[in-house]
Design a protein. Structure first.
Length: 658
């Protein structure tokens, strides 16, 4: 039985500052406080490039009105849905024009997703304190948390002008998510998606999923609105029985799955229709070093004055050879808004001292678990490293051999507080024992625990492993994470002093993804920062609380595969304590009661404190980024998170240049 529906009117009135109250009401949950910009903050400003009014009362950018006049584009009122999303700008109604320049050191689509590609059924509020409707106009939830009915926004169109309907959502579910060749590992919590009518889909879980309405806005957690059926069927074996082999050969790929997975990613294939505010013109998949995008004429959002968004004409993402190139570009005013890749603590004073060049710093509030999580691979394919990594006394000894205050002072410029891998203190999920145990820098304590684990040493004082050879841990690190490299250089010395050798192997991000995130189990250890340390992300992204994500649980991926699919080829049955954590998380999914969810997660964290699989360094202080002074409607303080994903929920579609 479907619970109380959420009316369309409620969502439209909530607009850009809606909290979770409307959609969580069906589950009996309370509304969180919101610090998002108020709905009445906009103050109209005279446009530098006057908007052109269409026949339906909506205004559009001059570059689009020229195409309408030439007969190559329908009028603006025919391009917008029946009920466009109304986005209230942070400061003022903006003006059309300009190009947003930014940079990356990655050839994947992460930066695009964070900047311009976050258009899902639901999305986060700017303050990261709730979820609001987006491509979905409303949602109904059953009382038992098993059934969710999404009412899609009627008249939304893909960037090529074709209609977006329930058929696209069902195509994503049936032919992408549930196709074993395209998605070898199915979702751990099984569900079905069925079409009710052209603008309604029914999302039904086999068992209660009390976290769904918190979960659905997470970036890429659902890609139901990212797979245009009419376009992608030409690359799918189920639909194309004529020239698929030719298309595979044309791209010099091996299988139709390789072709499909390549062509469905906008950073590879700019021809794929999207819902994004800017439509890609060129992508990295062609071997270029610059991704460019032009405003999407069919974008489904407007400002309070009925101006179709976005305000900015074009977006350009440049691939740099390394972080330092981007730092120099930022100092030279060549990056209009940037936080990724340039905001290492050591760069802050340089950026701060040069703000007279026409940019300013903004703050990023951390939502991460820790500034750096040290993850030894307990499922390593090398049985010797596996035995070493699984030894708890060894891990405790390593933790006591880290001088965290030195790292905080030297690398983080005295910003941060020593902490283990644990939810942040401001979180309702904070776990004091997990956060504070084994933090003391003490070579004596380190040796005490390490002697319990591996007491024998060679002639140079380094400890011998179970095979009689020197323990030498190799950390595989993404070369772009320069802070990790700086941290490990300091840790390397203090670990050597207690008889443990460390070597750091840096590599291109793509290779790191393949070796550490992929199906390889060869690596000894790695480090990472992302994951939920604050807000509901703590319970939605439990990658550090138990091994549940095959791509992010670096310390025990084989156990994570077991959680997802015990019969899978990469699965390995975990110890009883870890299985208990998995069962507790299933209980979390089975309830919508927030207090019960908190209690169950605390039990998981109790077990994790006993196991101590991950070694943390510090809770971060605030991060920073840079924005040119002539760019308006940017927030002075913004959450920093991939899940959020920074800066997309703060509405870059309303940014404009003066």
């Amino acid at each position: 039985m479907v619970g109380r529906p959420i009316s369309r009117r409620t969502f439209l009135h909530l607009g850009a500052v809606a909290s979770t109250a409307a959609i969580l009401a069906a589950c009996g949950q309370a509304e969180p406080a919101s610090n998002a910009p108020a709905a009445d903050t906009a103050a109209p400003a005279a446009p530098a490039q006057p908007a052109v009014t269409g026949s339906g009362g909506y205004q559009e950018a001059p570059m689009l009105s020229e195409r309408v006049a030439a007969g190559t584009l329908p009028p603006v009122d025919q391009r917008l849905p029946k009920s466009p999303v109304v986005v209230t700008p942070f400061e003022s109604v903006g003006t059309y024009g300009g190009t947003w320049h930014t940079g990356t050191i990655e050839r994947n689509g992460n930066d695009l997703l964070r900047n311009i590609g976050y258009e899902q059924l639901m999305r986060y509020t700017p303050g990261y304190d709730g979820v609001i409707p987006n491509i979905a106009e409303s949602v109904e939830a059953s009382e038992d948390g098993t059934e969710y009915i999404f009412h899609l926004r009627e008249g939304v169109k893909w960037s090529d002008g074709s209609p977006f309907t329930a058929d696209d959502v069902v195509f994503w579910y049936e032919d992408v998510l549930m196709n074993a060749e395209v998605t070898p590992t199915p979702p751990a919590l099984r569900f079905t998606v069925t079409k009710v009518d052209d603008f309604t889909v029914n999302w039904t879980y086999e068992r209660p999923n009390g976290l769904f309405l918190k979960d659905v806005a997470r970036v890429h957690n659902e890609r139901a609105c990212g797979h245009p059926k009419a376009y992608l069927t030409q690359f799918h074996a189920k639909y194309n029985t004529t020239n698929l082999d030719e298309l595979i050969a044309e791209r010099e790929l091996n299988t139709w799955v390789d072709l499909f997975n390549f062509m469905r990613e906008p950073h590879n294939n700019p021809d794929i229709p999207t819902m994004w505010p800017w439509k890609l013109e060129a992508g990295f998949g062609t071997g270029l070093t610059t991704v460019s995008a032009e405003r999407n004429p069919y974008y489904f959002k407007v400002d309070p004055d009925n101006n179709q968004l976005p305000y900015i004409d074009r977006y350009v993402l440049e691939l740099a050879t390394d972080n330092e190139v981007l730092v120099l570009k930022g100092l030279n005013g060549e990056l209009d808004w940037q936080e990724q890749w340039i905001n290492a603590p050591r760069n802050k004073s340089v950026f701060f001292d040069n703000q007279d060049r026409g940019y300013h710093l903004f703050e990023l509030t951390p939502t991460t678990v820790n500034s750096m999580n040290i993850l030894l691979n307990q499922n390593c394919s090398d049985p010797v490293i596996r035995e070493i990594a699984q030894n708890r006394d060894f891990r405790i000894g390593l933790s006591h051999a880290i001088n965290r205050q030195e790292i905080i002072d030297v690398v983080y410029l005295s910003q941060g507080t020593p902490a283990q891998t644990a939810p942040r203190p401001e979180s309702k999920y904070y776990h004091e024992r997990l956060a504070t145990q084994y933090l003391e820098y003490s070579p004596d304590l380190a040796n005490e625990y390490l002697d319990k684990a591996f007491p024998e040493k060679d002639g140079e004082g380094f400890r011998l492993g179970p095979d009689g050879n020197r323990i030498s841990l190799i950390f595989e690190i993404d070369a772009g994470r320069t802070t990790y490299i700086d941290n490990l250089e300091l840790i390397k010395k203090t670990w050597a002093a207690v008889g443990v050798e460390m070597n750091v192997r840096t590599m291109d991000r793509a290779l790191w993804e393949e070796r550490v995130r992929g199906t390889s189990f060869e690596y000894h250890a790695s480090c990472h920062i992302f994951g939920g340390g604050a807000g509901d992300a703590v319970i939605l992204d439990p990658r550090y609380w138990f091994p549940q994500n095959t791509g992010n649980s670096f310390w025990a991926k084989a156990w994570a595969h077991w959680f997802v699919n015990p019969e899978g080829p990469l699965a390995e049955e975990p110890p009883a304590e870890v299985q208990r954590q998995m069962e507790l998380y299933k209980e979390i999914r089975a309830t919508s009661d927030d207090a019960k969810q908190q209690d169950l997660l605390r039990q998981i964290l109790d077990i994790q404190a006993d196991l101590f699989p991950s070694i943390g360094i510090a809770y971060d202080g605030n991060f920073y980024g840079i924005s040119v002074d002539r760019l308006k409607n940017t927030l002075p303080i913004i959450p920093s998170s991939y899940d959020y994903p920074t800066p997309a929920p703060s509405n870059p579609n309303t940014w404009y240049f003066v």
